[in-house]
Design a binder for this molecule. Structure first.
Ligand SMILES: *Cc1c(COP(=O)(O)O)cnc(C)c1O
Length: 419
């Protein structure tokens, strides 16, 4: 049973060796049409290192059973491992209690949980919800569905042309009807890091709770939910080198306890009769049915892997990557960088004069380079910049400076073809 240990040894700062790290990711050895894969679509989904794959294989081969149901060995093992995963996630974000971490199927699922579980109970007709132009559709549509149902109103914080929120405008949106704020920590389309701590403090001074969509932040920086003092925080496993189908919702216990369940079914109940059902305690109240046990365990292996490398080192290295890429792109004729915030993660959205993003994506793919083209599920951002789509290169800590160079020469090739 020597499946998990492989490369969880901590690296010291001087040892941030990207070539060494890359050997943990089998998929990075792929060739696409004979060209080495250059994977720059990490904001959509990042890749899984061998220790995470191994951990999931170990679970499936030696530990699998349904949880919370039986006294037999495997069920107890699976339950222990699942709850241990919750404990590690709690530590990863510095939550104060395990029960404040709810496993969901991802960020989208978590936001829907809050829109239903909190919104339907505490937000009513004429109440206002503040969102921002930078939101992913996941943090827009659930609130619109709620507003349509109960007559609440959505107010939107605008952005400037570098892709930063106008914080004065945010403050002006508050009034006595304001009941909730939903804000993304980091924009998936532009990479902008929002000043969420300051925004949370301002909302709390007016008694308004805040949900932070951390899908693009948790993979790139250390998250401390107690320091942020956010009421809800969510992210997905598959953007953090973990599997799909899993994510977490962090919520302050006092709020979660007052919320109504989102999904009904097994495990979320205390007792059921046809006259009346009473609900289980948190977090189980929000985890109806059999959860993705293997995915939860893989998710916790992924955060262990990232923690062993160290989130601060990841952030520092990725800053070097984005600075290197941005400096080169800034000086290229015919290139427009979209989103140039002072505080941003390693995401580079851009346009090439006279070339449709779809063609850019197709031609780069022929060079083995995976980027994303489209609206990135953030159409309001596209509307602000008056473009239908952008090309987005999004980096992870396992990307190398050589891969930045490959992207730059790929772009030059595209420009030559269209010149
Ligand atoms: C990816 C993403 C989501 C949605 O995450 P899923 O894993 O697809 O549920 C939400 N918000 C942001 C900012 C994202 O980048």
């Amino acid at each position: 049973m020597k499946l998990v240990e492989s490369s969880l040894k901590p690296l010291s700062t001087s040892m941030f060796n990207v070539e060494h790290i890359r050997t943990d990711f089998p998929i990075l050895k792929l060739k696409i049409d004979g060209k080495p894969l250059v994977y720059l679509d990490n904001a959509a989904s990042s890749q899984m290192p061998q220790p995470v794959i191994d951990r999931m294989v170990k679970y499936q081969t030696m530990q699998h059973a349904n949880i919370n149901r039986a006294v037999h060995y495997l069920s107890e093992t699976a339950t222990t491992e699942y709850e241990e995963s919750r404990r590690r996630l709690k530590r990863f974000i510095n939550a104060s209690e395990d029960r404040e971490v709810i496993f969901t199927s991802g960020t989208t699922d978590a936001i829907n949980l809050v829109a239903h579980g909190y919104g339907r109970k505490f937000i009513g007709s004429g109440d206002e919800i503040i969102l921002t132009t930078l939101e992913h559709h996941s943090n827009i549509v659930p609130w619109q569905m709620l507003a349509e149902e109960n007559g609440a109103k959505i107010r939107v914080v605008p952005i400037n042309d570098t892709g930063e929120l106008l914080i004065e405008k945010y403050k002006q949106l508050f009034n006595k009807h304001t009941k909730f704020v939903g804000v993304t920590h980091v924009s998936n389309a532009l990479g902008t890091v929002n000043p969420i701590k300051q925004m949370i403090e301002f909302a709390h001074a007016r008694g308004v709770p805040v949900l932070v969509d951390g899908a693009q932040a948790a993979p790139h920086m250390k998250i401390d939910v107690q320091d942020l003092d956010c009421d809800f925080y969510t992210f997905s496993g598959h953007k953090l080198c973990g599997p799909t189908g899993i994510g977490i919702l962090y919520g302050k216990a006092a709020l979660l306890e007052r919320m109504q369940p989102f999904k009904g079914g097994g495990d979320m109940i205390a007792s059921v009769t046809f006259e009346k059902t009473t609900y289980n305690t948190i977090p189980h109240k929000f985890e109806a049915g059999t959860p993705p046990i293997a995915a939860a365990i893989g998710f916790s292996a992924a955060i262990d892997y990232l923690s062993a490398i160290n989130m601060s080192m990841i952030a520092a290295y990725e800053r070097d990557l984005i600075n290197y890429a941005t400096e080169q792109m800034r000086h290229m004729p015919g290139i427009r960088i979209i989103g140039d915030a002072t505080e941003k993660v390693a995401v580079l959205s851009f346009a090439i004069d006279g070339v449709h993003p779809h063609d850019i994506g197709t031609l780069l793919n022929q060079e083995g380079i995976a980027v994303r083209t489209g609206h990135h599920c953030a159409q309001p951002v596209m509307q602000h910049f008056k473009v239908p789509a952008t090309t987005r290169a999004s980096f992870a800590f396992y990307n190398s400076m050589n891969e930045v160079d490959a992207l730059i020469s790929g772009i030059q090739k595209v420009q030559k073809i269209f010149s």
